[in-house]
Design a protein around this ligand. Structure first.
Ligand code: SF4
Length: 168
C-alpha cells in the first residue's frame, strides 16, 4: 500500500511542468526586446536540415514548446525562404542537399542572413566523416553567424540568437 502511494506521488511529481527560472525569464525578455527593436516585433526563421542526425532540429523545436515559448517572444518559423529574415542551417552539408541549400539562399529575403547551428556545419561533429558530405563553404553565403554545440542546448541557441540580433 505504501509503495503504491509512493509510486503515485512520484508519478504526480513527474507530471509537474518544469518551473521557468529567472535566467530563462531574463533570456525571454531580452530576445523579445531585441526583436522588437530590430525586427519590428517579429523574427521569421526558415530552417533547413542539410544533413543532420536530427538532434539539432529537436533542440530547435523545443524552443517553441510552452516552456521556452519563443513564439510568444516574437520568433516565428516560416516555410519559404522568401519570407525569412534568417535562414538557420543544421547538419553537415550533404551532396544531395547542396542544390537545395543554394536555391534557398538565392530565394532568401534581403539582406540574406544565415545562421548555422551545431558543430556539423563547421565539420567538427561525429558526422564529419559521412561519405556523402560536402563543404558548406561551397555555398556562396555573404556572411554566416554560428551557434556551436553538438547539439547546442535551447538556452545556448537563445543566447546565440540574442548575440546575433544585437549585431544587426
Ligand atoms: S551538430 Fe551534433 S547534434 Fe547537431 S546535427 Fe550534427 S551531429 Fe547531430
Amino acid at each position: 500500500m505504501l509503495k503504491l502511494l509512493q509510486n503515485e506521488i512520484n508519478r504526480k511529481k513527474a507530471m509537474r511542468p518544469p518551473i521557468v527560472d529567472e535566467e530563462l525569464l531574463r533570456l525571454q525578455r531580452t530576445i523579445k526586446n531585441a526583436i522588437k527593436s530590430k525586427y519590428d516585433s517579429s523574427l521569421k526563421l526558415y530552417i533547413v536540415d542539410s544533413g543532420s542526425c536530427g538532434a539539432c532540429e529537436l533542440e530547435l523545436q523545443t524552443l517553441f514548446n510552452p516552456f521556452y515559448n519563443l513564439s510568444k517572444q516574437g520568433v516565428e518559423v516560416v516555410y519559404t525562404p522568401k519570407e525569412a529574415d534568417i535562414m538557420l542551417i543544421t547538419g553537415t552539408l550533404t551532396e544531395n542537399m547542396y542544390e537545395s541549400v543554394e536555391q534557398a539562399y538565392r530565394e532568401l529575403k534581403k539582406p540574406k542572413k544565415v545562421i548555422t547551428i551545431g558543430d556539423c556545419p563547421l565539420m567538427e561533429s561525429p558526422l564529419r566523416k559521412t561519405f556523402s558530405m560536402t563543404d558548406i563553404k561551397r555555398v556562396s553565403f555573404s556572411s554566416v553567424y554560428h551557434i556551436s554545440g553538438c547539439p547546442p542546448e535551447p538556452r545556448g541557441i537563445i543566447k546565440g540568437l540574442i548575440k546575433y540580433i544585437e549585431t544587426v
